[in-house]
Design a protein. Structure first.
Length: 535
């Protein structure tokens, strides 16, 4: 009787089948192909993790592994079913890989790797197991750095909001504080809210932390969602409080409070306070009815009914499973072969350098300006021109064109919508304007009236991109994907014209001057920027 019981127990605890040599070889081939496809992208991701804004990403894979380990008991109770629908996310990941590789966007490549991994897990383990491990799998997306377009705009917006709230807090404390863009004037000194103080390094980790707390929070789904939503304004307010504290302490301790140990310590302290606030919100919502019913059924890491017994089922990677790896191996292998043996190199157009751009255009005379090295390093331009052109009456227009031979994998034109407010300019009016050219064509450009400290300026700007005139960053990315695939080109430029509006000059006069210069400069500019077809 005892021998029979022991035999029955052992049969329940041990899987019936072992790993087959064919299966192990198939898995190794798939892992090798996956690494060959995404090795370069993940090495770039590793470099991004070294930055202060994204060093929390180091912990995301480790936390994911812990979450899976915690659910190991409940996962073992779910029978494994190799299901072919897993091919769908796998194939979608392959399609994303081509978009990311040819369009030159790392974040698309990261998402491609995630979909391929998720499809692989679905294919081998089945939908029920994948669903049980859904949160750890989705949580893994938190390790991917945002695209440059989103990252730059998010950093810029957070800087403006944080500096605005920081000044409001200082004024509430009775201090004399004024803001120009991301610069705070305290009277006795000026503080610049740089990228490091934008709050992005609070914003992203706090959202990741809130998602993790919501996962362990045994409450109604809407309370979990509220906890994650709270993390967004909380990170902004706490970063603004940090900026305000620097303004208060600066008058007593000097510049050392804005840098060095205090800067790092205050960041750590503010984050810990934010963590405590999230815990406080959880405690309050726990006391708020209605409570979630039968929350223990879905508590993380807890097995379902009968989890105390080991259930006998076929091993997830049995001898029949290698057949499920054939299609993934073929797709990964074909993609790797194509990307290495088909010429997808970008055709960089030949063009004249902007150093040859004429400074005499009809009745306009220009003087060339240069950009600081720190800005050039940040923008990564292939070529540019900045010049002040004056007409016969001494009225001037600032002309700026930035050109990129390639806008793949992080490189992109910067929109004045982001740059100008960062220098303290506010948009009074924004829209579009149509300009009739001398050859009978009409182009549409972005038009904005901006002001700062009583000064007003009228600005036109547009993005010449491979024969198109585009007006926003979304269009830039969309057509960059398409032209990278169909033309092997992602080159493009930003053109920005600014006409100051003098006190004794009407807006209509400034508009006429700017339109006259635009009609004069575009035919010349077209000789320097590559068009729709290569010549």
């Amino acid at each position: 009787m005892n021998d029979d019981a022991t035999s029955l127990t052992n049969s329940r605890l041990a899987p019936r089948e072992r790993f087959s040599p064919v299966l192990l070889l198939s898995l190794m081939v798939c892992i090798f192909l996956f690494g060959a496809l995404f090795g370069t992208s993940y090495s770039v991701m590793w470099e991004w993790w070294q930055r202060d804004d994204y060093n929390h990403c180091f912990f995301v894979p480790l936390i994911t592994l812990y979450l899976l380990w915690e659910k190991r008991v409940s996962l073992r109770t779910i029978p494994v079913e190799s299901t072919w629908p897993g091919i769908a996310p796998f194939a979608f990941g392959i399609a994303l890989y081509w978009l990311g590789e040819l369009g030159g966007e790392f974040y698309t490549l990261y998402l491609a790797s995630w979909f391929i991994f998720a499809g692989f897990c679905w294919l081998l383990m089945g939908w029920r197991r994948l669903k049980a491990a859904a949160f750890p799998l989705v949580f893994l997306i938190g390790m991917f750095p945002f695209p440059n377009v989103i990252n730059n705009n998010l950093t810029f917006r957070l800087k403006l909001i944080s500096s605005h709230l920081g000044v409001a807090m200082l004024q509430w404390l009775g201090m004399s504080a004024y803001r120009e863009g991301n610069v705070i004037d305290l009277g006795f000194t000026r503080l610049q809210v740089v990228d490091a103080c934008s709050g992005l390094r609070f914003f992203l980790p706090l959202i990741v932390l809130a998602a993790l707390l919501a996962y362990f929070f045994r409450a109604a789904w809407w309370k979990r969602l509220v906890l994650i939503v709270i993390a967004v304004p909380l990170s902004i307010v706490m970063n603004s409080l940090r900026i305000a504290s620097v303004g208060v302490l600066y008058q007593f301790f000097g510049a050392q409070v804005a840098d060095g140990f205090f800067h790092d310590f205050s960041g750590w302290f503010i984050f810990m306070v934010s963590f405590a606030v999230l815990l406080g919100c959880m405690w309050l919502m726990k006391k708020t009815p209605p409570e979630r019913r039968r929350a223990e059924r879905f508590a993380p890491g807890m097995a379902t009914e009968g989890a105390g017994m080991a259930i006998s089922f076929r091993h997830p990677l049995s001898s029949q499973q290698p057949f499920a790896l054939i299609i993934p191996m073929v797709l990964l292998g074909a993609t790797l072969f194509a990307i290495n043996h088909i010429d997808f190199r970008e055709k960089v157009p030949l063009r004249s350098p902007f150093s040859a751009f004429p400074l005499e255009l009809a009745d306009w005379r220009g003087s060339r300006e240069t950009m600081g090295k720190e800005y050039l390093d940040e923008l990564g331009l292939s070529d540019y021109i900045i010049a002040d052109f004056r007409d016969m009456h001494g009225k001037h227009v600032n002309f700026y064109t930035a050109y990129n031979e390639s806008q793949r994998k992080g490189k992109s034109s910067h929109s004045p919508d982001s740059c100008l407010p960062g220098n303290g300019w506010s948009f009074e009016e924004s829209g579009r304007a149509s300009i009739s050219l001398s050859d009978g064509h009409t182009i549409e450009v972005k038009r904005a009236i901006i002001s700062k400290n009583g000064q007003r300026q009228l600005s036109y700007y547009w993005f010449p991109q491979r024969g198109r005139i585009l007006h926003n960053l979304f269009e830039l990315k969309l057509y960059a994907f398409w032209d990278a695939i169909t033309k092997h080109r992602t080159d493009g430029a930003l053109v920005r014209l600014i006409a100051p509006v003098d006190d004794h000059e009407s807006l209509q006069q400034a508009e006429g001057r700017l339109q006259a210069f635009t009609r004069t400069v575009i035919p010349v500019l077209n000789r320097f920027l590559p068009g729709k077809e290569l010549q």
